[in-house]
Design a protein around this ligand. Structure first.
Ligand SMILES: Nc1ncnc2c1ncn2[C@@H]1O[C@H](COP(=O)(O)OP(=O)(O)O)[C@@H](O)[C@H]1O
Ligand SMILES: [Mg+2]
Length: 345
């Protein structure tokens, strides 16, 4: 028997439906229960699509999953897949140490070091918080003056994980494009007073500053997701008059738009990363070489429902709709057999 975190969002509904269809014995658990470890005594594995937007998950998911993994209890996401999730600092060191083709990323823990870097770097450059998604914490910095302001703030009062003004701008943009109802704008206004809890539990981002080389002339980024020996991908277009794609809501499922070099690079990278499921976000540099800007085990599965097929590890196209959540369960079950953790009861 396997355990699945009892939730109606993310990957959970498809995991549950798949186990029901396939007759895979499972039980639903609340991973946030005090006695969760005890509750898992009679199961062989746990699946939990924890989210960086849920305050409780943010506090508890990484430690709980790491504790379970410690003695080899099979979980999704496992340590290699999970420890760097929603942490761009962690990803910088991980991708550098594996010599993977990440866009050059700079991290400083001392304002003097950051300022001396900023005096001689090329502009524009990109500033990011280590946390955040949907481009909400990513901005272009045009000159030294802008970089200095960011550096002083990073080592002063710091940045909130929620930026109400940027969020309102984004809501208006999404409303204008028919991707959000007008109520979303009202909510955005209320958010000036009530920050979302996920931002308040995390505290402010301070004591470090993260910059990334700007890779110009990308009308989109390319998100390739690798699960085992399969990959699928979408093209995410940047917002109008902007360089940021993530969260724009404009994307294409057309496989012909995906450079094979991105698929090749994603498969190669995952051979080193050994992740169960990794989304690689690529931009193309001036030589049209794919460069990784970010990795993440979690993604919004709805955005991929219309993918007409996937690629195998030989980069051969395999036509046909699929449900990536099923592959996650299959891989975990296979793992149980391979590691001798016995077949699921
Ligand atoms: N170094 C960069 N050069 C060019 N574009 C970038 C760079 N970093 C990010 N972007 C663009 O900004 C978007 C958001 O950046 P990302 O680091 O993926 O943040 P998030 O975690 O919010 O998705 C990306 O989808 C990409 O389009
Ligand atoms: Mg991203």
């Amino acid at each position: 028997m396997i355990a699945i975190h009892n939730s109606k969002s993310g990957f959970h509904p498809a995991w549950i439906a798949y186990c029901q269809e396939q007759g895979i014995p499972f039980k639903l658990v609340n991973c946030l229960d005090d006695d969760i470890i005890g509750q898992l005594k009679d199961v062989r594995a746990l699946l939990w699509h924890h989210s960086h937007m849920l305050p409780k998950d943010l506090i508890a998911a990484k430690p709980i999953l790491a504790a379970l993994s410690h003695q080899g209890f099979p979980v999704f996401p496992d340590c290699r897949t999970n420890w760097h999730f929603d942490d761009k600092l962690a990803q910088k060191y991980l991708l550098e140490s594996l010599e993977l083709p990440m866009v050059k990323t700079f991290a400083f823990y001392d304002p003097k070091d950051a300022l001396s870097w900023a005096r001689q770097t090329k502009y524009p450059t990109v500033h990011k918080l280590k946390t955040g998604s949907g481009s909400s914490q990513v901005r272009l910095v045009g000159n030294y003056h802008g970089a200095k302001k960011i550096i002083l703030k990073s080592f002063g009062k710091g940045f909130s994980n929620y930026a109400p003004f940027n969020s309102l701008k984004e809501r208006i943009y999404q409303f204008k494009n028919g991707h959000a109802p007008w109520m979303s704008i009202v909510k955005g206004l209320l958010r000036f007073v009530h920050y979302p809890e996920y931002a308040t539990v995390q505290g402010r981002e301070r004591g470090y500053v993260l910059f990334q080389e700007f890779v110009p002339n990308n009308p989109s980024d390319i998100r390739v997701i690798v699960i085992g020996n399969k990959a699928f991908a979408i093209t995410r277009w940047v917002r109008k008059d902007d360089f940021r794609a993530s969260g724009s809501g404009h994307f294409s499922h057309d496989p012909d738009l995906i450079p094979l070099s991105c698929l090749e690079s994603a498969f190669k990278a995952n051979q080193k990363l050994k992740g169960q499921c990794i989304a690689f976000d690529f931009v193309m540099d001036e030589k049209q070489t794919p460069r990784i800007i970010e990795i993440s085990y979690g993604f919004s599965p709805e955005a991929f429902r219309h993918c007409p097929g996937h690629w195998d590890q030989h980069l051969h196209w395999q036509e046909g709709r699929f449900v990536p959540e099923h592959w996650m369960v299959e891989a975990l079950l296979k793992d149980l057999v391979v590691t001798g953790a016995s077949d699921p009861k």
